[in-house]
Design a protein around this ligand. Structure first.
Ligand code: NAP
Length: 256
């Protein structure tokens, strides 16, 4: 029997790690003994979040990195390798919701803004992560997709397209690197209570919130702990035969 593994001593790189799901995954990784690299935009939450992560006695650093910027991502990954020596686990999680509108009314800017972060951002990260992991012949990548990477959702064409693209990149990279000791999977959360939903006006509007909760057979939003536990599983050896999957963590949303 294989023993249950953990992230002890591993270097875990998380984009968008200052808030919501990414922050919770960073805390779980730190609790599990990992060194944590948070790559995010600067935010007022930075110092408090990094202090929270370090409370688990983790070595943790913050790197300013806009994932939509190819060169900033390249530098962030190079800095991680310089500081910690290797690049073991990456969670490509940074994402935005974007403005809501039907496709015929969507501005080019609204489209480009979401694609730049949610799709190009994941490509930028994977490109540089895989280059490094391929040299090491080891590594794990987890991409944050969504239930909306598998089905449509009205007024979110940009987001839906980006999240479908993330699954396509995940599957393709899994095939390309399967024999190099590198596993690549995606997580597809249902709606999870985070600042992203607040900025989209969903959490504060009781009517909209109930309507969306009811789209999940469990009739509630997910909790970021419920996503972080799956992240931990995919990041460690317990999932050693999994690659190219897009794991649904959605209270039954996609079962219907
Ligand atoms: P969140 O609380 O808003 O956190 C997202 C983080 O990403 C924030 O720290 C944000 O920084 C950062 N970020 C935004 N743009 C960035 C950029 N260009 N470069 C680097 N970092 C950037 O959102 P969340 O709900 O945790 O979402 C995390 C991921 O899960 C996203 O990919 C999202 O699409 C996905 N997801 C969320 C849900 C949900 O219901 N919450 C469901 C399915 C999938 P700022 O705060 O400074 O903007």
């Amino acid at each position: 029997m294989k023993s249950i593994s953990n992230l002890n001593g591993k270097n875990v790189f998380i984009t968008g790690g200052l808030s919501g799901i990414g922050k919770k995954c960073a805390l779980y990784a730190a609790r599990d003994g990992a060194n944590v690299i948070v790559a995010d935009l600067d935010s007022p939450a930075k110092d408090a979040t990094m202090a929270e992560i370090k409370k688990w006695n983790a070595k943790a650093i913050f790197i300013h990195c806009d994932v939509s910027n190819f060169n900033e991502v390249e530098s962030a990954i190079a800095e991680t390798v310089n500081v910690f020596g290797s690049f073991d686990v990456a969670l490509n999680n940074a994402g935005i919701g974007g403005e809501s509108s039907r496709i015929g009314d969507m501005t080019e800017k609204a489209w480009q803004d979401v694609i730049a972060v949610n799709l190009n951002g994941v490509f930028n990260c994977m490109k540089h992560e895989l280059y490094q992991m391929s040299k090491q012949k080891s590594g794990v990548i987890i991409n944050m997709s969504s239930i909306l990477g598998k089905v449509g959702f009205a007024n979110a064409g940009h987001y839906v397209a980006a999240k479908h693209g993330v699954i396509g990149l995940t599957q393709t990279a899994a095939m390309e690197y399967a024999l190099e000791g590198i596993r690549i999977n995606a997580i597809c959360p249902g709606f999870v209570s985070t600042p992203l939903l607040e900025s989209g006006g969903i959490s504060q509007n009781a009517e909209v919130k109930t309507m969306i909760e009811n789209l999940h057979p469990m009739k509630r939003f997910g909790d970021d702990d419920e996503i972080a536990n799956v992240f931990l599983f995919l990041a460690t050896e317990g999932s050693s035969f999994m690659t190219g999957t897009a794991v649904e963590v959605d209270g039954g949303y996609l079962a219907q």
